[in-house]
Design a protein around this ligand. Structure first.
Ligand SMILES: Nc1ncnc2c1ncn2[C@@H]1O[C@H](COP(=O)(O)OP(=O)(O)OP(=O)(O)O)[C@@H](O)[C@H]1O
Length: 250
């Protein structure tokens, strides 16, 4: 997936401009930037949910003009339907494929297995922890057979222990051979999380915001925050995130 020369404004306020980014195959790409810089908006543009004022999004070379089942979005407010069991929640992601009922059931159960929820198929969201509910949301997103998974702060509303568990598994979960997924894009405020998970990080900053850094994280997995290289990446990202001074006319 590519974002080409993307620009966006709310009425007269230009949020970002000239944003170029690409999410490559089997790679997790992160977008970071100060609060309010336009990360969530950019992610929604990549998903075809919002139209950019400038530029375009391309998926496998084809222009994205509206939401498509090929691009799934999960966000921080964990969205499961309380009156449906885990397996029924996952089936919602499959509806558009109009499969026979038993096929639908089989895939939904497979997806729950991939996210580590085997045995919990008939549980209702209220019987599950926040982390388990977020896994159901991920399973539902994956069941739709997307090529790209967009994630907006997916660990933000989880307690640290649960978030850590899910972070450790997310990479192998989403790039499992049994899913259709090709690429993933993560928006996060947590730089440790970003370095732990990403292959490439785009830093957007300034007003209007632009891409101020493109950092390739070249470290083996699993990554330890105690590794000096981890610290170097952390320093680099924080440096790119410091407030950009507005140009003052002399
Ligand atoms: N519906 C709206 N109308 C007007 N301005 C908006 C609207 N939604 C967002 N904005 C503004 O657009 C900018 C970008 O918002 P966005 O939520 O994309 O930023 P963000 O980088 O994801 O922020 P955060 O990190 O705090 O979640 C912000 O300055 C925000 O105030």
């Amino acid at each position: 997936m590519e974002g080409i020369n993307l620009g966006f404004q709310f009425s007269t306020y230009k949020v970002f401009e000239k944003v170029n980014l690409s999410a490559e195959d089997s790679k997790l790409t992160a977008i970071v930037g100060p609060s309010g810089v336009g990360k969530s908006t950019l992610l929604r543009i990549l998903g075809g949910f919002i139209k950019p004022n400038e530029g375009e999004v391309r998926l496998l070379g084809k222009k994205v003009t509206r939401p498509t089942p090929r691009i799934a979005l999960i966000h921080q407010s964990i969205a499961t339907f309380p009156w449906l069991t885990a397996v029924e929640n996952v089936k919602l992601g499959l509806k558009y494929r109009k499969l026979p009922k038993d096929e639908e059931d089989k895939i939904a159960r497979k997806m729950l297995e991939i996210v580590g929820l085997q045995g919990f198929e008939e549980f209702y969201p209220k019987q599950m922890s926040g982390g388990m509910r977020q896994r159901v949301a991920i399973a539902r997103a994956l069941a739709a057979d997307p090529y790209v998974l967009l994630m907006d702060e997916p660990f933000a509303h989880l307690d640290e222990l649960t978030a850590e568990g899910l972070r450790q598994e997310i990479y192998s979960t989403i790039f499992n051979d049994e899913t259709s997924l090709k690429a993933a894009v993560l928006v996060s405020h947590n730089m440790n999380e970003v370095i732990e998970l990403s292959d490439k990080v785009y830093v957007i900053n300034g007003s209007p915001a632009t891409v101020v850094g493109e950092v390739v994280i070249d470290m083996e997995r699993p990554r330890s925050s105690k590794d000096p290289k981890f610290q170097e990446y952390l320093d680099l990202l924080y440096k790119l995130l410091t407030p950009v001074k507005k140009k003052v006319k002399e």
